[in-house]
Design a protein around this ligand. Sequence first.
Ligand SMILES: [Zn+2]
Length: 235
Amino acid sequence: MNEQLKYLIELQEVDSSILSIAEKIESLPGKLEKFKAPFKEANILLQKAKTQFEALGKSRKDRESAAEEFQEKINKLKTKSKEIKTNKEYEAYLKEIEGFEKEKYKIEDEILSIMENLEAFTKDIQKEELKVKKTEEEFREQEKAFEEEKTRLHAEMETYKTKRKDFVAKIEVELYEQYMNLLKRSGGLAVVPAKKEVCLGCNTNIPPQQFNDIKKNDNIFNCYYCKRILYFKEQ
Ligand SMILES: [Zn+2]
């Protein structure tokens, strides 16, 4: 086989590997983001439960102040009992106290129900906190695995880049320039096999006479259509 052709084939293999590694490295953050989703979701649910818990706590305080206000009204009324002179006044006085007490009991019932809800939310928050912790651990584990994979891919890439330099040093300057131009405009594929009188780069037919010449692999031929460098691969 033509030595330059042999190096070009090998250079193409190296460049294809470099491209594939670069694609893998690029896809890593997107893949990792998928593992982050459950962690993010658990965090949102936790914040939601916390917000609801705080709102309930505030409404409990408001209710407690309201209950105190009624208690103060009742106390104030009780100190005025000596000022009552008639039965009628006394009845009205009792009715007023009773009314305030009714309001106070109603509020105290509300406080009890709020406290039950607070207890339920405390359990929810504990549950969500556990979920956040678990999903975060899982995510961190994946993150670590992805970091290791990235380091491994970068090392692999460096190995290929060293190999590449060796081949480039062996290839004639003009051929290398042609190769690089083809690589850039042909989607990273500059050297392709010819099979059954067809260029496997663009699937165009190769004239039989040229295919016979390509089969010998002792010269560099370009596809007349896509201009890629062709070679023949033994089955
Ligand atoms: Zn072609």
